[in-house]
Design a protein. Structure first.
Length: 223
């Protein structure tokens, strides 16, 4: 009888170890990046310095002259890339790549604004168009959502929120900066099923509550 009990106990331990190993294998390794990194936007064929901010939700790209255009029953966003003079000189991006950019409109979101920065007649939120783009950070690639607003008065023209970083399987170490170096997207790399599912979940979160943790005006003050 004792032998049977011993055998059952050993079997339970073996099964428990197998489950733990399977769970461990299913967890994908994360890549650690600095607080600021170079991010390549494949749809625009440009690389921009970005702030990686886990306190923001949706990513944000600096843009001006934003227009919503309807063409063949489809809505597009046309805009110019908004960079300050220092970024223009340092990045040396062709003017053609910065002007009259047109991408399909995905949706609009509302971003809560700081109450102390508002006048009496101001709305408590700003409404921004959102587009979907492919970005690369280091050797990570993902399709993410980016809202458009003028960030030319800020140090970084691109803000990466936690939703995009989750799709990139990125972890931020605020004590370091520019660890990934220059990067480009690779044609053979595709978005994983997990990334697709997570992106769908993120979009659902935005549609349920466009005033999610984005509070981009709050975050802009911290750039």
């Amino acid at each position: 009888m004792q032998i049977w009990r011993l055998l059952i106990a050993v079997l339970i331990l073996i099964l428990a170890g197998t489950v733990s190993a399977d769970e461990h294998d299913s967890v994908k390794p994360k890549t650690i990046f600095g607080l600021h990194e170079q991010v390549y936007i494949k749809d625009l064929d440009i690389t921009l310095p970005a702030k990686l901010d886990t306190g923001a939700g949706t990513a944000s790209l600096s843009a001006r002259n934003i227009e919503i255009i309807e063409e063949d029953d489809e809505e597009y966003v046309q805009f110019d890339l908004a960079l300050n003079d220092e970024d223009k000189d340092e990045l040396d991006i062709d003017e053609e790549k910065m002007q009259n950019i047109r991408l399909p409109l995905d949706r609009h979101i509302r971003i809560i604004r700081r109450s102390e920065s508002l006048d009496e007649d101001d709305k408590y939120y700003s409404r921004r168009p959102v587009v979907n783009v492919t970005v690369c950070l280091g050797r990570k690639q993902a399709d993410i959502s980016i809202d458009l607003t003028d960030r030319s008065n800020l140090e970084y023209p691109l803000l990466m929120g936690y939703k995009g970083m989750r799709l990139l399987e990125a972890v931020v170490d605020p004590s370091v900066s520019m660890t990934a170096g220059q990067t480009k997207c690779f044609e053979e790399e595709g978005k994983s099923d997990q990334a697709s599912d997570e992106e769908s979940d993120d979009k659902g979160d935005d549609e349920k509550d466009d005033e999610d943790a984005a509070s981009e005006s709050d975050k802009e003050a911290e750039d």
